[in-house]
Design a protein around this ligand. Structure first.
Ligand code: GDP
Length: 299
């Protein structure tokens, strides 16, 4: 928790500190509402979600006869948390002896490969038997990186030859996971968005391979880079069309002074945030907690 708090320091000191400052004033005025709207949009909360929040808050101010800025601050925190709880996060459950396949998707550069390594490290250190599948066969560097991470974390990494069929790698990784009686198979996927090549068809094919191999328990996670703001929403819509998404990993939360993208994603996609990542080291990942998150941003 402490680590997450320090990882969210930049967001707290950034635009959300200006939001908090609105409530240190003597009274709630028209300008409070205008500034709140501007700041929430600037914090990546998104226009749609910001307008919805303001509507709800203005209704509450009237119905509950809210006069003091401190009461408005409390109402804002409650409504922000209500948004996050509209798609509540449930911790990923790893059951002994029952294979869970985690498919990690996202565009290049968001922090996908690092997230795969962090999750592998996390589950392995919790005692689970973990196997990693390196199905991003275009990027030899991503495979190398995973193999280095895997060695460090003591986790076997199943990789195909460069440019081989990613679905075949997933097939092999499933077989390897089963033969080792693994609890979790974490699959890294490609993320290049190119016109001549269809990433979404590739992901669908991988999903079919998993389905054909006994449909193990599955957790499909989309990794989004918190520093790229509203782009995340565009990416989420795209990936959701190709594969079922169970949750989002918001990566690089330590690198943004905004931090509001979580609210836009959950409100507009109704997909829970599962994890936050807050640094480049293996341990820099945490389960998402809506209450802690809102407290970290607004104190
Ligand atoms: P991929 O292309 O999506 O697989 O992205 P990578 O996992 O290779 O990460 C891209 C870059 O972002 C690398 O330099 C990582 O070290 C860095 N990175 C990944 N996660 C985080 C994070 O949570 N915080 C910070 N500051 N950097 C990160």
């Amino acid at each position: 928790e402490e680590k997450i708090e320090s990882g969210l320091e930049k967001s707290r000191r950034g635009i959300f500190s200006q939001v908090a400052a609105l409530f240190d004033r003597e009274e709630i005025t028209d300008s409070t509402w205008e500034e709140l709207e501007e700041l929430l949009i600037a914090a990546d909360v998104g226009v749609e979600t910001t307008l919805m929040l303001l509507d709800v808050l203005q209704d509450r101010v009237e119905a509950e006869r809210i006069r003091r800025p401190s009461e408005l601050r409390k109402a804002l925190k409650e409504e922000l948390q209500a948004i996050l709880d509209s798609a509540p996060n449930q911790p990923v459950e790893v059951n002994d002896g029952e294979l869970l396949v985690m498919l990690i998707v996202g565009v290049n550069g968001v922090g996908k490969t690092t997230t795969v390594a962090k999750l592998a490290h996390k589950f392995a250190s919790e005692g689970a038997k973990v196997v990693v599948g390196a199905a991003d066969t275009f990027r030899a560097a991503a495979i190398d990186q995973l193999q280095i991470w895997g060695e460090r974390a003591g986790v076997p990494v199943i990789a195909g030859a460069p440019n081989s069929d990613p679905a075949a790698v997933v097939h092999d990784a499933l077989a390897a996971a089963r033969s080792r009686s693994a609890d979790v198979l974490i699959v890294d996927t490609a993320g290049r968005l190119h016109t001549k090549y269809n990433l979404m068809e590739e992901l669908k094919k991988i999903q079919r391979v998993i389905d054909r191999n006994g449909s193990p328990a599955q957790e499909n996670l989309l990794v989004l880079d918190a520093t790229t703001g509203q782009n995340g929403l565009v990416q989420a819509r795209k990936f959701a069309q190709a594969v079922h998404l169970d949750g989002v990993v918001l990566a690089k939360m330590d690198g943004t002074a905004k931090g509001g993208i979580a609210f836009a994603i959950v409100n507009e996609m109704k997909i829970p945030i599962r994890y936050l990542t807050t640094g480049e080291k293996l341990g820099d990942i945490a389960e998402f907690d809506s209450k802690d998150f809102v407290n970290a941003l607004l104190g």
